[in-house]
Design a protein around this ligand. Structure first.
Ligand code: SAM
Length: 259
């Protein structure tokens, strides 16, 4: 069998964020619950503008649009922006999707809400992570809110090695591990056995390097949010309704910051 290496956009973005995500049983229902939670905690009504930062394949953006919001979504991956655009067309909703880097958000006072869903915060060094919050702050109108849906650093999922049957092949995911001194959750290589094309697909160095997430504690993230200028921060223990208190054992750490 031939072995090929693919970069971040083709390997991780396409295999994981489009094909793997859409193969998860019940994912549409999960997304609807997340979106309902966002609408309530961000106090969004029909016609309000929302920014979906690192929107991936646009699954949440499309649901926001179906709820009558004016949606802008961007992501670093062109593969995902193409998938998101196609998804919006199929759902018959109008969304402004574009390719962009979350460290360079340059909207000024434009949105009532902004979201970073599925732990899409903490990919960079501390200063660059702060840039993401500063850009988000500037993009919001006065009183606007930012929602970060994060893993709970005190109750990380039990990552396990897993095989998933996917699109004519098999995806082997190695568990992430927590580099405790660095406070970083490190991604591990994954392998795709492409049975149809009779080849083994590996992630190249670029794909592997893009796999780490800084795990901020509640105290650290609240301090950072306040440094950026937000007036108020609330924490919740799950990303669905009803709102519940954040504790060490919570499934998620959801941060809602008000400008
Ligand atoms: C965990 S996925 C979440 C995607 C989507 N929000 C969801 O919930 O399905 C993280 C996303 O961040 C995007 N991303 C990574 N680095 C980025 C950057 N510098 N700027 C914008 N997006 C980035 C990835 O392409 C990926 O779509």
């Amino acid at each position: 069998m031939e072995t090929v290496e693919l970069g971040w956009d083709k390997f991780w973005a396409e295999l994981f964020r489009v094909k793997h995500r859409r193969s998860i049983p019940g994912i549409e229902h999960y997304d609807e619950m997340v979106v309902d939670f966002c609408l309530e905690t961000l106090n969004l009504k029909e016609g309000d503008a929302i920014l979906d930062i690192a929107c991936g394949a646009g699954d949440h953006s499309v649901l926001f649009a179906k709820n009558g919001l004016e949606v802008t979504g961007f992501d670093l991956s062109q593969t995902l922006i193409d998938a998101a655009t196609q998804h919006a067309q199929e759902a018959n909703v109008d969304i402004n999707f574009y390719r962009g880097d979350m460290r360079e958000i340059n909207f000024v006072q434009r949105f009532k809400g902004a979201v970073l869903l599925s732990h899409s915060f903490g990919f960079f060094n501390h200063e660059e992570n702060k840039l993401v919050l500063e850009g988000s702050y500037n993009a919001l109108i006065e009183g606007g809110r930012l929602l970060l849906d994060l893993m709970n650093p005190y109750n990380l999922p039990k990552f396990q090695k897993s095989w998933t049957e996917l699109d004519g092949g098999y995806l082997l995911s190695e568990p992430h591990f927590l580099d405790a001194p660095a406070g970083v959750l490190r991604g591990r290589p994954a392998t795709y056995i492409d049975a149809e094309a009779s080849r083994i697909v590996l992630a190249n160095q670029d794909a592997l390097a893009n796999n780490n997430i800084r795990m901020y504690t509640a105290l650290e993230i609240c301090a950072l949010i306040s440094e950026v200028g937000f007036e108020k921060t609330e924490l919740f223990g799950q990303n669905k309704l009803p709102r519940c208190q954040y504790t060490a054992g919570s499934d998620r750490m959801v941060v809602v910051a008000t400008k």
